[in-house]
Ligand binder design. Sequence first.
Ligand SMILES: Nc1ncnc2c1ncn2[C@@H]1O[C@H](COP(=O)(O)OP(=O)(O)O)[C@@H](O)[C@H]1O
Ligand SMILES: [Mg+2]
Length: 236
Amino acid sequence: MATGFANQASVALELARARADRHRAALLDERERIAADLHDHVIQRLFASGLSLQALAATLGPGPAADRVLGTVDDLDTTITQIRTAIFQLQQVPSATPRGLRARLLDVVADVTPALGFDPAVRFAGLIDTLPDAASHDLLAVLREALTNTARHAQATAVEVAIIATARRLTVEVRDDGVGIGDTGRRSGLAHLQHRAERHGGTLDLGPPETGSGDPAGTRLTWSIPLGEADLDQLA
Ligand SMILES: Nc1ncnc2c1ncn2[C@@H]1O[C@H](COP(=O)(O)OP(=O)(O)O)[C@@H](O)[C@H]1O
Ligand SMILES: [Mg+2]
């Protein structure tokens, strides 16, 4: 019954989050448009004005008049720099409301999706947004590395991500249907994931996914750490 309730609650959270995401998307579209206008029109005009003033200063020859004009050119340059900074800030995701962990995990998925060439299937279970900071931080890193590996090495056509938090354990599983991991000698990203697991007293496990069809193809990465008191002991 508790599981049923948790699932209901997580559906409700998901819906609320989808609504917030739509609102955010509309806001970002508007910012995008303003940033593009500033960049394409305002900066270009200021730049052109600066150039013609510079040409004017050259015809004036050295003297106080030319100095005034060149001073104005400097002001225009400063203004352009300020506008560029404003454009950069407009393009940042609004940070007034801190992003929940689920949203940040989905950001990671969205980052890697172009490299994959298809959308990963993502499943959440349990109370993801209330994980301790240290676990959240590592979870984000693990997801990014696992999906990046799939994009770089697997030649997969599908990826499934499952992120499951219970009161006592956090597990992330990433399965792809690619070429399989084989016996790789050199390991860098995976070594870091192993280290990130061990730090929490957890494990990194790699192998072929159990497909049920009898012919294992692809890669399954399972990263799992204990939560709760065990984790607190580690951090103390
Ligand atoms: N999903 C995957 N499918 C196939 N091969 C993989 C996958 N993930 C990792 N590998 C193999 O394991 C090796 C080690 O991975 P990693 O430690 O992340 O290093 P890197 O990604 O820098 O090569 C990769 O070079 C690749 O050969
Ligand atoms: Mg890697």
